[in-house]
Design a protein around this ligand. Structure first.
Ligand SMILES: [Zn+2]
Length: 277
């Protein structure tokens, strides 16, 4: 199959086999799904038609590919073995009722990598932006390598009393991708310490939230991706909302047989016991 990624990378791949499913399950079990995904995508790769913004010519290093590209490859593999329709259960954000949401994986919108970002990556130059107060921030676009680095950092922080009870959020995910921030100095102001992850995290935690959201927006604007937000109306209260489809362990499992719904707008869910509670 031919996989077109949002960065411009185009690869040929064979279908996933039983062994790769096993790897993915085992690596997810030990909380290393990024590693499992990289192993599986490498095993299925057969040729590179266009390297896009990457410097390699042969087999891609999937851990260093942009997250949007990895996601595109996962979705393509899912469609190849199980088809495009995908459904998942999710609670309504307004009333909590369980909704079965359906989407077509081959209709997801790709957000292409901006031309300037392509040039920057080809030249091996890091990305730059500014905080709302004008400080310069140097950063990279997210990859599996960043996810693994973050895991490692969080593990080390658990052993330090000052980080006890720390719950990682998107702020940690931003901090891990940042290389440096202007004027993040040590106590006596003699040295910029923003090369240390925990110093960057401390700095961001001390920023007003609008600063952080602004930075997140700027870092996302130069990246590529896939729009995974699926819109649906709640079956109970009618509230229209969007939800990102889950990429968990069930993504490569066959769909469960569903109870047919009546056409009058009423569902037959109540009469049939659910097997997935
Ligand atoms: Zn609802």
């Amino acid at each position: 199959m031919r996989i077109v990624c949002p960065s411009g990378l185009i690869v040929e791949a064979r279908k996933m086999q039983g062994a790769e499913f096993e790897t993915l399950a085992a690596e997810t079990e030990r909380k290393a799904s990024g590693n499992g995904i990289a192993i599986f995508l490498r095993a299925c790769w057969t040729a590179t038609e266009d390297p896009g913004p990457y410097p390699f010519t042969g087999s891609p290093d999937w851990k260093r590919l942009l997250q949007g590209d990895v996601l595109a490859a996962l979705v393509a593999h899912r469609v190849a073995v199980l088809g495009a329709p995908y459904d998942f259960a999710t609670p309504c954000e307004a009333c909590g009722t369980r909704n079965d949401v359906e989407c077509m994986l081959d209709e997801l919108q790709l957000k292409p990598l901006p031309k300037d970002s392509v040039d920057r990556m080809r030249a091996g130059r890091p990305f730059e932006t500014t905080l709302l107060d004008g400080r310069k921030v140097v950063f990279d676009l997210g990859t599996i390598v960043h996810e693994e680095l973050l895991e490692k950092q969080l593990k080390q922080m658990k052993r330090r009393p000052e980080w006890e009870g720390h719950k990682p959020t998107f702020i940690d995910a931003l901090a891990i991708r940042i290389r440096s921030i202007d004027d993040v100095m040590n106590r006596d102001g003699t040295e910029n310490v923003s090369s240390q992850f925990t110093k960057r995290l401390e700095f961001l935690r001390g920023c007003d939230l609008d600063f952080i959201y602004d930075l997140q927006e700027k870092m996302t604007a130069v990246d590529c991706g896939i729009d995974t937000a699926i819109a649906f109306d709640c079956i109970s209260c009618g509230w229209t909302q969007k939800r990102d489809f889950p990429l968990g362990r069930d993504f490569f499992n066959p769909r469960k047989k569903k109870t047919p719904k009546t056409t009058s707008g009423e569902t037959t869910n109540e009469e049939t016991p659910s097997s997935e509670t």
